[in-house]
Design a protein around this ligand. Structure first.
Ligand SMILES: [Zn+2]
Length: 103
């Protein structure tokens, strides 16, 4: 039962307007948006945090991928010229950078 806020008449739960004064009835139940909004905000914050972590992870993976590509490019370059000395330098450099970046 819903009590009209304007005239105080009792109305059916399903009624949207007061039977006596036609005033729009406010359901005693909590509207879907009130609590749902709060949990949605929490969920959104959680998703943002997750996606941010994922983004960092992706960037890190892209960075590692870039380093491996540099190594592969150097291997191709070295095998083309038959001189493997630059590879050692690049490997040391990449290893140092990877260690420094904690990959
Ligand atoms: Zn009323």
């Amino acid at each position: 039962m819903i009590i009209c806020t304007r005239c105080g008449s009792p109305n059916e739960d399903a009624a949207r307007f007061c039977v006596k004064c036609r005033h729009k009835l406010q359901s005693s139940r909590v509207p879907a948006g009130a609590d749902g909004g709060g949990s949605w905000d929490r969920l959104e914050k959680l998703t943002t945090r997750f996606s941010e972590k994922d983004r960092t992870e992706l960037l890190r993976m892209a960075e590692a991928c870039g380093y491996s590509m540099v190594v592969v490019a150097t291997i191709v370059f070295c095998s083309f010229y038959g001189d493997w000395r630059p590879l050692y330098a690049v490997m040391v450099l990449v290893a140092l950078v990877a260690w420094y970046r904690k990959l």
